[in-house]
Design a binder for this molecule. Sequence first.
Ligand code: NAP
Length: 602
Amino acid sequence: MNAAVAPELPATTLDAGKLAQLGQLTEGLTPAELYWVAAWSAAKAAQAQRGGVAVRPVAGAEPSQRLTIVYGSQTGNARRLAEQLARRSSDAGLPVRLLRADAYPQRELAQERYLAVVISTQGEGEPPDDARGFVEFIAGKRAPKLSSLQFGVLGLGDSSYPQFCAIGRQLDARLAELGGTRFAPLGEADVDVETVATPWLDRTLEQAREVLKTAPQVARVTPLHAVAKHAAYSREQPFAATVLANQRIVARDSERDVRHVELSLEGSGLHYRPGDALGVWPRNPPALVAQWLDALQLDGEREVAHQGRTLPLTRWLGAEREITRLSRPFVKTLAELGKHAELLDLLGADQAAGLAELLTRDQPIDLLRRYPAQWQPEALLAALRPLTPRLYSIASSAEAVGEEVHLTVAVVDYQAHGSTHWGAASTFLAAADEDGKVLVFIESNERFRLPADPARDIIMIGPGTGVAPFRAFVQERQESGAAGRNWLFFGNRHFAQDFLYQTEWQDALKRGALHRLDLAFSRDLANKTYVQDRLRENGAELHAWLKGGAHLYVCGDSAHMARDVHAALIELVATHGGLSPDDAKAWLDELLQQGRYARDVY
Ligand code: NAP
């Protein structure tokens, strides 16, 4: 069965209005450049409607004369790096095209001559949603022979997960198996992406210059983002946002602490859209830094030089290094330094499951206490990854709150191995005083957007703090007077304690800004009830909404919830659509491809 409703038709024509809108961004461009900006913008708008992708046209470049950059990105890091490579290549005068993996025309792979892939790996070794089709195609039987291809793969991952960079590794091996030649060895970037990514990008650009320098010059592409006024603030240069409010939004007797945090973006020039995330640069909990110094018997005042900077050790641990998440390289250094046989064993190839359990269960402080070693401060810093920003799905619409941004933050704070364990950013935000400052930036998420057609219905599934972006969606649809209906599935532990934004949802129902609300409180009854139980109970109606063209969104935990919700969706589409499970799965995959089923999960 085909998806019952055609994807929304993109507006591909460039009318005077659109050009006028572009005018403010394109002052000073020649007519030819303006054409490319407009074409690029139209392509971007068209693609955004079916999943959001920026395609930059290359005028007349033969495959042998251009660099094709393909990215697959869940949280935006791979996209950012791919864009960086495209911008630098374009600035160097090289013909380049940049494509999100789901917009890559697979039939062109056989003709491709110079291909760079930047791709992340999700939790259990999965590709990002936007690259599922691309990865499957390359892994599958239909993939062509690639003996004329030169390629490079930059994998992104998190070495606290056992399947670190699995998708990057898989693509790198498969492209070589198909006959391609590497122009750069596989890059495996950890959460401190730049450490590996920067040299990889440098090398790729250098190689591309060598290979493509003799190619005839083609019309230069002027991508819109190159001419749009760059926001002054970015991941590298974050804005110091003032804390306007920091409120606990669960009952006093809740087992969890969840905060609603409001920050001011006034004067920053930062803009965001519903679906985007806010990047937060955290500081590590001072109490944890004290525990580290105690466990290591090191003096926090001691000045330590590392990578060209000299700072007191307290500062290194508090603001510069990841100390709440374990990584494989850290375990390895500790095992070798202390000659701990048990740890060394865990690092063996046959102990993957044991190591995975350790990496997800324990924090570094647990290992420092359990496996003593003589650490020198310099060696310690070298073994730790740089502190990286955390992303929170934005819980507000700028249309409703102006120059503010709101977050929903579950505070990670639990007892294990006889002591308190904290999450870095959530603890930092929970402790932020009103009027205090938080360093932030906007991370756009083109794959998680409201339908361009406001008459479309939307179905939102967001248990726990996964409800955050749906607060933004409902605010936005209310402000814009969107005619489509809004249906929210929310779940949490207890009705009385953990019903996040209860009064807001109730008001929205009364006002007609929310049309349906289905709730699943998992720990109120003897048997657990989850959002997917509510999906099944409402299967017929939900299926009717989907057949009518509704867009479907899931936000929250990727490891269990998103997987189980997906299984429930397959089941209900099969039951109510009269399909086999395989056909129901294929139907949902098509919705994912079209961007009509979008997930913001991690
Ligand atoms: P949580 O407490 O982990 O879970 C919320 C509810 O989901 C609970 O009732 C829980 O039930 C239930 N649940 C557990 N397993 C489930 C499953 N397999 N299927 C369906 N429901 C299940 O929620 P949270 O701490 O607020 O965290 C939500 C997740 O969203 C985190 O992984 C976070 O990283 C992610 N996230 C957050 C944001 C954000 O901006 N804040 C954005 C994107 C993703 P029980 O505990 O009773 O089993």
